[in-house]
Design a protein around this ligand. Structure first.
Ligand code: SF4
Length: 290
């Protein structure tokens, strides 16, 4: 098949990855965890089968995105020193249900995954409705949170289980609470992780690699091993939003991640593969790369 032929995709909840091939039948018996790009320390959400390049996957995704990332509110009770959304407790914008439904309808023919993010998405006044709509449309969703209480699990997630929940943890207690500028935020995030794991919901931990956070990565990895999480992802800082801290050296983060892998599945995300971003204002953007 030539390089302009559309690719086939299969989504794997739990590990939250897609496998991409030329032929849908080749995806039926595939083990995503055996693929080179899953085993790589670099994070890839779209894992090509052998013979398909990452570039070809990017071109195909740029033509037809498979996922929609929804910033459902810019409200957040934390004030992290690095925040792509520049979220604050005040002056919030909430995504309307009408804008969400319009974006879903636009991408419906290819949509295979939704992300609910923010701000703190659980503070959206329409949070329950968005979960309901994801279920009604039959689209798997991932929730990305930092400040939700453990009651989130019984109150919402058991009724509409996500493919995975991403919980932000930026170091051990002192470092995380300093990063979020909220004493107690580390304990709260850990309580949420425990409640999710106990409910059988896969947890991925996201760590933003500011300089002070990088110093905590090894002890954090040891701590996370006891929580039975699915994956620990280290995100390199993007030049976007609030940047009140210096980024850690990417090469140092990479070598730390490699050293931590025997302890816990650890990846480093330095770039995005193409996706659609729906901002709280209702604006829909194509995103690719950094
Ligand atoms: S938890 Fe997320 S949205 Fe809230 S301030 Fe921190 S980085 Fe921003």
């Amino acid at each position: 098949m030539n390089d302009s032929h559309p690719l086939a995709y299969r989504y794997f909840p739990g590990i939250d990855r897609f496998v991409v091939g030329d032929d849908p039948t080749a995806l039926l018996d595939v083990d995503p965890t055996a693929l080179t790009h899953y085993k790589s320390v670099e994070y890839y959400r779209y894992l090509p089968l052998p013979g398909i390049s990452l570039e070809r996957v990017s071109v195909d995704l740029s033509r037809r995105s498979r996922e929609l990332c929804c910033e459902i509110t810019t409200r957040c009770s934390l004030e992290c020193c690095v925040c792509f959304a520049s979220a604050t407790p005040a002056d919030a914008i909430d995504l309307s249900v009408a804008d969400f439904l319009r974006a879903v309808a636009l991408s419906r023919s290819s949509l295979m995954r939704l992300t609910f993010t923010g701000g703190e998405p659980t503070l959206s006044p329409h949070f329950a409705r968005f979960l309901l709509e994801a279920r009604r449309h039959g689209v798997p969703y991932v929730l990305s949170t930092a400040g939700a209480p453990p009651t989130l699990v019984d109150r919402y997630l058991m009724h509409h289980p996500p493919s995975a929940v991403y919980v932000s943890l930026h170091g051990l207690q002192t470092t995380h609470d300093g990063f979020t500028r909220r004493v107690g935020s580390f304990k709260k995030a850990v309580q949420l992780c425990k409640a999710l794991v106990a409910a059988g919901i896969p947890v991925h931990i996201l760590t933003t690699c500011a300089e002070e956070v990088a110093r905590d990565l090894v002890p954090l990895s040891h701590f996370l091993r006891g929580l039975r999480i699915e994956e620990h992802r280290l995100n390199l800082i993007k030049n976007r939003g609030r940047l009140d801290s210096s980024p850690a050296d990417p090469d140092a983060v990479l070598s730390l991640a490699l050293s931590m892998r025997s302890n816990l599945r650890t990846t480093v995300k330095s770039a995005d593969q193409p996706f659609q971003m729906l901002l709280a204002s209702g604006v829909l953007e194509a995103r690719h790369g950094r």
